[in-house]
Write a protein that binds this ligand. Structure first.
Ligand code: ATP
Ligand code: MG
Length: 726
């Protein structure tokens, strides 16, 4: 084969990294300089040129999606030389790799074979239940804080008996809550996200023989986005790497954005100390962005202190200046973005190339509405994810119970969904039993029925529930997964229940349930899941992938996501909205300089996602979290180089600009505010008849609160809602 071909798409520095001899390496470089490309090419190089068996390579990526993409890229690069498929290679996130390890060594890790993963919502639910049971006052011990405490300690590698309470009473209680929670998880065979990592780490410590086996197996370990690893991930990788040089980590200290979740930039320094022979390779050419975008990013990040320092340059042209749009309010901002996207496609651009980035998920709704109005398809990446939706979680809970009766979180979720007359009092009795006898809810139910501890009606209802779950399993045993899923949705009563839910919401839920059946139909058991049943493999996939995009990647649509989930990605056309003091940087970051710098790094990440054209927007007044507030433009805007930006402000003509957008998109006549009065009866094409109960704002910003018959109360934008007076 022609090796030079493989190196052709690389510059000298990249080549040095890709073809480096065995050893420890840190590739330290700014955004868009080809770090991820280097990792991908290095793996291809190792396999194709150095003849390293793919089974001795492990690559850690930041998301499952990135893992799939990396695998695909390597395969297509290698396809030029051979038709090899990368069966033995381990590519995935820290979580998915830890999970794979625990599946393979569950008994050494002290877990039942069919252990299930608890996602954030399940965890909160379980914590809530346990804390109520043990009579913790929620005002003093908030449930969310308990989750945060537990996850934090786990990420630091600490078990309850290893935490020092410093003679602090409150701390002692948190430790006890952690213990209670952990006992409940262990009894039910449940593993939360942070537990995956801690268990995998403890497995190394407890079973040196297993560690050794993997140390021998993995001769090359590559880690992307290393700046966002936390303490336990670092410790885990360090043990696995052992004394031999075999690590290549790539990262950018300027893109560390998960400090709030325990990630430690210091891990980069630590790596250089712990692996004293490690060599640093710096990449300085940016291949992603235009000159203006790159200079904007460089200048912004230079306001941070304690940087490792990197220079980034580009060969490309300057391109368009970075646009700054001062919107009148958040609606104006949304309409502006929709209008700009239309312009982009009119000029031959694709929707797929457009991304709208925001600081927090709650900002998406207004943009979504404007895009829907403008008939621009979009996809939310992250946010309300498919596998996190209520109806999907309900259906999954039945499937989880079929796979494992001891799954308390699943039991709690569906024991009375659809309602079958099992009330809180009954559940309290069962919960008390689980505590007193150290058993699971399923077992407690059996005992309570057998020992006549419940009222007749409750006992009958529970008995029917147990029989239902048992028969769902028996009746579907021989079925393929999709038929089983379909059967469970129909026969559990979920389908009927959601069918009866009125309006669009119910329809969407039914569509989602149907989509779940398609998801199981398309599901292919991964090669690392041999020992699992298809069902367990799918449930694992659902938990692990919950955070990631499931929709068809083929549909051409605008990508919407938080700045955090944009990490590592790139788009030709990027909008960052809500660039305002208090939104971005967020209010909470004002108090601590460290947090403010992290916000700035987040801005750096956002700006460097753009390849061709970037626009930042801020609104002078914004309704967010149900409050109307006036904000100043973000300090980050003032930090940008004047020569690279252009204001798109239509000062003094805001209303006109707004009108133009409105009529351009929705073809709606402009209405004036005095046309709307409280008490006016109206008709809406979808929601039907209603009465105006509140009027806010003026002219084209008028918002109406309308009580619709049978459809609830809704806020509508008068200029867009196409209301008819009746
Ligand atoms: P980030 O820090 O945002 O994760 P990165 O350093 O990982 O960025 P990549 O995503 O690997 O950067 O590369 C950025 C873009 O530049 C990609 O589109 C990639 O294909 C392209 N690229 C990287 N190196 C080269 C090269 N030598 N020649 C041409 N294009 C390149
Ligand atoms: Mg990258």
């Amino acid at each position: 084969m022609d090796i030079s071909e493989l190196l052709d798409g690389l510059n000298d520095k990249q080549r040095e990294a890709v073809a480096a001899p065995l050893g420890n390496y840190l590739v330290l470089a700014g955004a868009g300089s080809g770090k991820t490309r280097v990792l991908t090419y290095r793996i291809a190089w190792l396999i194709a040129v150095e003849n390293i068996p793919e089974g001795s390579i492990m690559a850690v990526t930041f998301t499952n999606k990135a893992a799939a993409e990396m695998r695909h890229r390597i395969e297509s690069t290698l396809a030029k030389y051979s038709s090899r498929q990368l069966f033995g290679m381990w590519v995935g996130t820290f979580h998915s790799i830890a999970h794979r390890l625990l599946r393979a060594h569950h008994s050494d890790a002290g877990l039942p074979q069919d252990f299930q993963i608890l996602d954030a919502e399940d965890q909160l639910r379980l914590v809530k239940r346990l804390m109520k049971l043990h009579q913790y006052d929620e005002k003093i011990f908030p449930h969310k804080q308990a989750c945060w405490y537990i996850n934090n300690k786990k990420e630091e590698g600490l078990r309850p008996d290893q935490i020092d309470d410093n003679n602090d009473r409150q701390e002692r209680e948190w430790i006890r809550i952690y213990q209670i929670y952990q006992d409940a998880c262990d009894r039910a065979g449940l593993v939360d996200f942070s537990e995956l990592l801690l268990r995998a780490y403890e497995l190394w410590l407890k079973k040196p023989v297993i560690l050794q086996r993997y140390q021998q197996r993995f001769q090359h370990i590559l880690v992307d986005e290393f700046q966002d690893t936390n303490k336990i991930q670092y410790a885990w990788i360090k043990l696995l790497a052992g004394e031999q040089g075999k690590l290549m980590i790539v990262g950018d200290d300027d893109q560390s954005i998960y400090g709030w979740r325990g990630a430690q930039i210091e891990n980069i320094h630590r790596f250089l100390q712990d692996f004293s022979q490690a060599k640093t390779i710096r990449l300085e050419q940016n291949y992603r962005s235009t000159g203006n975008i790159l200079q904007t990013a460089n200048q912004l990040i230079s306001n941070n202190s304690n940087r490792l320092g990197k220079d980034l340059w580009t060969n490309g042209g300057k391109g368009d200046p970075v646009g700054i749009y001062a919107a009148f309010n958040e609606l104006d901002e949304a309409l502006f973005v929709a209008g700009q996207i239309n312009e982009w496609t009119e000029n031959g651009g694709r929707l797929n190339e457009c991304a709208v980035l925001y600081r927090s998920n709650s900002q998406s709704r207004v943009i979504e509405e404007a895009l829907i109005r403008a008939k621009i398809p979009y996809r939310i990446y992250g946010g309300m994810r498919f596998f996190e939706r209520q109806e999907i979680k309900d259906a999954l809970a039945y499937l989880r119970l079929i796979a494992n009766r001891q799954d308390d979180a699943a039991f709690e979720r569906v024991v009375n969904t659809p309602p079958r007359g099992i009330g809180d009092r009954t559940l309290e009795i069962l919960r008390a039993l689980t505590r007193d006898r150290q058993i699971t809810l399923w077992q407690a139910t059996q005992i309570a029925i057998r020992e006549n501890m419940l009222a007749g009606r409750a006992a009958t209802a529970l008995l029917r529930f147990l029989e239902l779950v048992n028969s769902l399993q028996q009746d579907t045993m021989e079925m393929p997964l999709f038929a089983q899923t379909d059967f469970v949705i129909k026969h559990s009563g979920l389908y009927e229940m959601y069918k009866q839910e009125k309006g669009e919401k119910g329809e969407v839920r039914i569509e989602n349930l149907e989509e779940l059946v398609s998801a199981t139909r398309e599901f292919i058991k991964p090669d690392d899941a041999e020992e699992m049943t298809e069902l367990t493999a799918f449930l694992t996939h659902a938990s692990l992938e919950a955070g990631e995009e499931q929709a068809s990647p083929h549909q051409d649509c605008v990508q919407m996501m938080t700045l955090h989930s944009a990490k590592g990605l790139e788009f030709a056309r990027v909008f960052i909205v809500g660039v305002e003091e208090g939104v971005f940087p967020s209010f909470r970051s004002f108090e601590e300089p460290g947090r403010l710098e992290e916000e700035r790094r987040l801005a750096y990440v956002g700006i460097t996602r753009a390849k061709q054209k970037l626009t930042l927007c801020y609104a002078e007044s914004r309704r967010l979290y149900a409050k109307e507030e006036r904000h100043l433009p973000s300090r980050f805007i003032a930090e940008l180089p004047q020569e690279c930006i252009r204001e798109i402000r239509l000062r003094g003509t805001v209303t006109r600009a707004y009108n133009r957008q409105v009529s351009g998109i929705a073809q709606t006549p402009i209405l004036s505010d005095n046309e709307w009065k409280i008490g006016q009866k109206v008709k809406h094409e979808k929601f039907g008849f209603g009465t105006i109960i509140n009027v806010e704002g003026a002219e084209n910003n008028t918002r109406l609160q309308v009580a619709f018959q049978g459809q609830g109360i809704k806020w509508l934008i008068a200029a867009l809602a196409k209301l008819e007076k009746v």
